[in-house]
Design a protein around this ligand. Structure first.
Ligand code: ADP
Length: 388
């Protein structure tokens, strides 16, 4: 039974989008939804944080509950996701039952698994650091690489599940942990990128695509700390990064916003990983671009015409990350606003914990480096963990 088609025929004409997961990404979809008269509904575990306080229509439950997902699909025209920790088999079943899932289950299955992503890159002829699946310590000993990175295939984010150049003892501990936990591991050749890049784009089911200007991402302890837009790279590299992004989106048949993270290394652009949803590397688009990644995500999943992705000004975005000092950036809002009247501050209604993103600051400035300095300063004043 096509539950969503049935609803469209009998229900109100307003378009509605159901979101699985209620973090900051779902939260930041709400302002453009208000502007366009799109109704959002969210399947959320904790309605007091993230999207909960702003998306009033919600179903409280885990993202892998069949009943909750069916109720979400029943109440909305299109279902999308705010994270990749999903029951992929269940998502595929819902799709065959007629739920309009965007991005689709096949795309989500590749994105949720770093081994599947790497196999996809190789199959699509996209350049990516060399890798193997690691089943035993002997697999690592056999590699000619000068250094390596271990990654868990599933479940990792913000540097969790990534071990860059581990010591032999650390590597042994990770292998033992993975074997015990039943987690598949991959090892990649460690590269020394001159710069980490990301390309954010949006693609509609009809195949229309808009690509944002490539950005530089600044990582600290495996987590994105800041973004500079545009990335200060030669035009040929920017063009190459955009082309790679488009190839990924076409080959994966993505619907919605997607981010492709890349390394610029030895004059080459290598694809690192993908996320088929709005992404941290596109948060600056809210304040610096004609159409934000969140608005274009909604437009894309509803198969509406996409908006202009153009950068209206160079900009920098710094994440507000919970610090060990225990300061809550929400308590420092006035100080942050006073520090830089043109800074745009975004808070996610999340309680700070070390290494948890609770908000971000975007500064537009003709000079992107100065924008970055100014955004760091505001983040620092607000008590965010600063790792420049
Ligand atoms: P996550 O899912 O946590 O974002 P990533 O695969 O993007 O994980 O890795 C996080 C960070 O670890 C990257 O941004 C980069 O700084 C570093 N990293 C990942 N892979 C490599 C690699 N092959 N060589 C060197 N550094 C890497």
């Amino acid at each position: 039974v096509d539950v969503q088609l049935r609803r469209r025929l009998n229900g109100p004409p307003v378009a509605s989008v159901g979101i699985v997961g209620g973090g900051q990404l779902a939260r930041m979809m709400q302002p453009p939804a208000v502007a366009l008269g799109i109704e959002l509904m969210v399947l959320i575990e904790d309605p007091t944080s993230g999207a909960g306080p702003v998306i009033t229509r919600h179903i409280v439950g885990p993202p892998d509950s069949p009943e909750a997902l069916r109720a979400l699909a029943e109440a909305t025209d299109v279902v999308t996701v705010d994270h990749e920790v999903l029951d992929l088999g269940l998502m595929a079943t819902l799709e065959t039952e007629g739920v309009v899932l965007r991005p689709g289950a096949a795309t989500l299955a590749v994105a949720a698994d770093k081994l599947a992503q790497k196999q996809f890159f190789v199959g699509a002829g996209l350049p990516t650091p060399d890798f193997i699946e690691v089943r035993s310590p002997a697999d690592l000993a056999a590699r000619p690489w000068p250094g390596f990175v271990l990654k868990s295939a599933t479940g990792g984010y913000d540097g969790r599940g990534v071990w860059v150049r581990p010591s032999p003892t650390e590597a042994a501990a990770v292998l033992a942990w993975a074997a015990g936990a039943g987690v598949r591991l991959l090892a990649e050749e460690a590269v020394s990128p001159e710069m980490e890049l990301a390309v954010v784009l949006a693609r509609s089911p009809a195949g229309e695509m808009v690509v944002y200007e490539p950005v530089q991402t600044i990582q600290g302890d495996g987590m994105c700390r800041a973004v500079v837009a545009p990335a200060s790279i030669p035009a040929s590299f920017a063009a190459l990064a955009r082309t790679l992004g488009k190839q990924v989106a076409e080959r994966l048949d993505v619907a919605g916003t997607m981010a492709v993270e890349m390394f610029l290394v030895d004059g080459e652009v290598l694809v690192n990983e993908i996320a088929p949803r709005p992404h941290n590397s596109g948060h600056h688009t809210i304040d610096a671009c004609s159409t934000s990644q969140f608005e274009n995500h909604l437009r894309a999943v509803l198969d509406l015409p996409l908006g202009d992705p153009g950068l209206r000004s160079p900009a920098a975005m710094v994440n507000l990350v919970g610090s060990r000092s225990g300061v809550d950036p929400r308590d420092r809002l006035a100080q942050g606003l006073a520090a830089d009247p043109t800074a745009r501050i975004h808070l996610y209604a999340k309680a700070p914990r070390p290494e948890r993103k609770v908000g971000h600051v975007t500064v537009c400035d003709d000079d992107p480096r100065r924008a970055l300095d100014r955004a760091w300063k505001v983040a620092e004043i607000m008590g965010g963990e600063v790792k420049r």
